[in-house]
Design a protein around this ligand. Structure first.
Ligand SMILES: [Zn+2]
Length: 349
């Protein structure tokens, strides 16, 4: 199978985030973040799937959405659609396309279809898709496509921790998979983010309040992760005004990774005295550190191996989303497992 990939970022941190291939006469695109995507790259696409809200996976839509064919169907989860709609509107104001073009873009955006996790959707006589939670952000999905030619699982960005039920985002191991395109971010064993989260989780057990000064989506995501680690008996997420839209969507969607964890959203400056454990979210940066922590967790190396090997069908494993600059190091890391790296441009799978 021929797979075309598109990357994003400066040379020093460039990674592949967009994939395109053809099966049973249909052209499929997985994510749309590539910064060198052109109108001709998207003009023949029949189905586009957006895995999650992070811009590196869909930002090409802002520029190119009107260049997709009129009958191209774009799919994502409802949560992701709602979140990217907010970002989309903000970006459109900033880009200043003019009234007519802006309307055209918004119309196309509104036509994006939404899918539920675990529900198989027939796209065509020969083509079916099912989304599974990927554990990376609220509403983020893995995309499983089945045609007579190929059974392909694209994980998007993912988080998964083997042996921990509450941090395992599953798709059934009975799934028949020929090819997995996986999140290769941490395949060098660089798993500092998971360690960081776990350290924070440890701290939360002992203190009454923890503050995170990060971008809204990251802050909310961290709170979600902490809630999954079950370090709190009760979670009260205190947030600042500029997080409103994000939290509103999550609250409306009722998207909570685990029903057993109680997350209360409250917009208070101070934590109410009678609430024992609090997570405070803020989008402002720490003035003394001035850092913006990135909390979109990616699967660790060990768990990648575990995840890929769970399928009885022994799929071929390909990595995207790794730093292309470190190709040789990743290659060494992949060798013992016979995992393959995707290059930017054309690939033969
Ligand atoms: Zn991401």
């Amino acid at each position: 199978m021929k797979l075309q990939t598109f990357g994003i970022g400066k040379d020093s941190e460039r990674k592949i985030t967009t994939y395109k291939f053809e099966t049973c006469g249909k052209v499929i695109m997985l994510d749309c973040g590539g910064d060198r995507l052109t109108s001709s790259d998207v003009s023949d696409v029949d189905y586009l799937f957006i895995s999650h809200e992070h811009l590196d996976h869909w930002q090409g839509l802002i520029r190119l959405i009107t260049h997709f064919k009129n009958d191209c169907l774009i799919y994502t989860t409802q949560t992701t659609k709602k979140i990217i709609a907010e970002i989309f509107r903000e970006k459109l104001t900033y880009e200043k396309f003019g009234a007519q073009k802006t309307n055209e873009i918004l119309n196309r955006f509104n036509q994006i279809q939404t899918l539920y996790f675990f529900n198989e959707q027939k796209l065509d006589n020969d083509l079916k898709v099912t989304l599974y939670p990927s554990g990376h952000t609220f509403g983020s999905s893995m995309i499983y496509l089945v045609s007579p030619d190929v059974k392909l699982l694209y994980t998007g960005d993912m988080d998964y921790v083997s042996g921990k039920d509450y941090r395992t985002y599953y798709c059934p191991d009975s799934l028949e998979v020929d090819i997995i395109i996986m999140d290769g971010t941490n395949f060098l064993g660089n798993d500092f983010k998971t360690q960081f989260i776990n350290k924070k989780a440890g701290a939360v057990k002992h203190i009454n309040e923890i503050k995170f000064h990060v971008r809204p989506e990251k802050a909310v995501f961290l709170a979600q992760k902490l809630s999954e680690i079950k370090c709190l008996d009760e979670h009260v997420i205190i947030y600042e005004n500029d997080l409103n839209w994000y939290l509103r969507i999550i609250s409306e969607q009722g998207y909570n990774a685990y029903a057993l964890n109680k997350i209360v959203l409250a917009n208070h400056f101070m934590a109410p005295m009678d609430i024992p454990k609090t997570i405070r979210l803020s989008s402002r940066k720490f003035s003394e550190h001035n850092v913006d922590w990135s909390f979109g967790l990616h699967i660790s190396k060990d768990d990648t191996v575990n995840f890929a090997h769970q399928f009885k069908s022994f799929p071929k494993v390909y990595f995207g989303h790794y730093c292309l600059k470190n190709y040789d190091d990743y290659l060494t890391s992949c060798k013992p497992y016979d995992f393959k790296l995707l290059g930017e441009g054309g690939n033969e799978l």
